[in-house]
Design a binder for this molecule. Structure first.
Ligand code: G3H
Ligand code: ZN
Length: 288
């Protein structure tokens, strides 16, 4: 059965590695992530944004898909199903649908409202053994059609958010969603250290796509224990699928069969999963 994300993240925080959070977008994505992490005996967080939930058919559909596939594939590694960047109502729906972890993203709200709503989600979620992620200071870039500038998290606000009872915290430290611009200045490790010292809990790095390995390693040393990746899997899937079609393979025999057409892209997702769990140091974490 699925687990919440608290235990796997606390273990990562204490042992100096990071658990990967991969957003799923459909059945093939879910299968690729589960099979790759089972092969590498690695704990993982499978996440859905609310946009992906809408696309896939609803919270109950996503929960049923991930739970049932997990069992049907005989997955043995710890897997959490997490709502990514949840609204207040979305987080409550995910809790009711059987997600094992939720993010309430109140970063666009006035601080007091963010804190108040986060406390409410914490109470609802913890009553069911569900882990909770909170956020202060918006993460920049574009996610599900929402674009923001992003800002460095305020350390005092992070402390107040941590005091709401959340299990892990997303803080803006110069990270953005999507592909990083060429003139990106890199992660702000001074602010990361200040936040980490203030909250003393696993920190979530959103916008994991394309961050160089040396920055990932340094961020993990400073308390990052969950790293979110979505765009990089999407780009890899699209590239592999495009190459298959441009090579005319969809016209060879049954090449148009979706089980063949989607296979290169599905493998490309697995390859990103393999690369990231190795880079994050969580490979084999199911047995650590
Ligand atoms: O919440 C999801 C992640 O932050 C996705 O970030 O698409 O830049 O990898 P990414
Ligand atoms: Zn994010």
């Amino acid at each position: 059965m699925l687990v919440n994300a608290k235990e796997m993240l606390d273990k990562a925080y204490e042992n100096g590695y990071a658990i990967a959070h991969f957003n799923t977008n459909n059945l093939e994505w879910t299968k690729a992530i589960l099979e790759a992490c089972e092969e590498k005996k690695t704990a993982v967080i499978i996440a859905s944004s609310e946009g992906a939930v809408k696309y896939m058919g609803g919270f109950n559909t996503v929960a049923a898909l991930v739970k049932t596939m997990h069992d049907d594939l005989g997955i043995t590694v710890p897997v959490a199903l997490h709502l990514d960047h949840g609204s207040y109502e979305g987080a409550k729906k995910a809790i009711d649908a059987g997600y094992t972890s939720v993010m309430f993203d109140g970063s666009s709200l006035p601080l007091e409202e963010n804190l108040e709503k986060t406390r409410e989600i914490v109470d609802l979620a913890h009553a069911k053994g569900i882990s909770v992620e909170g956020e202060v200071g918006g993460i920049g870039g574009e996610e599900d059609g929402v674009t923001s500038e992003g800002e460095l998290a305020d350390v005092e606000e992070c402390k107040q958010l941590a005091d709401t009872g959340i299990d892990f915290i997303a803080a803006g430290i110069g990270n953005i969603h999507g592909v990083y611009p060429d003139d990106w200045k890199g992660l702000n490790f001074d602010r990361l250290k200040e936040v980490s010292d203030a909250v003393n809990m696993p920190i979530v790095l959103h916008g994991g796509t394309g961050i160089p390995e040396e920055q990932i390693k340094k961020a993990v040393e400073l308390g990052v224990s969950k790293i979110n990746v979505n765009t990089e899997c999407q780009l890899a899937f699209a590239k592999a699928t495009r190459e298959y079609v441009e090579a005319g393979k969809d016209k060879e025999g049954k090449g148009f069969d979706p089980r063949k057409l989607l296979a290169p892209g599905t493998q490309a997702i697995k390859d990103v999963v393999f690369e990231k769990i190795d880079m994050f140091g969580s490979e084999g974490s199911a047995n650590k």
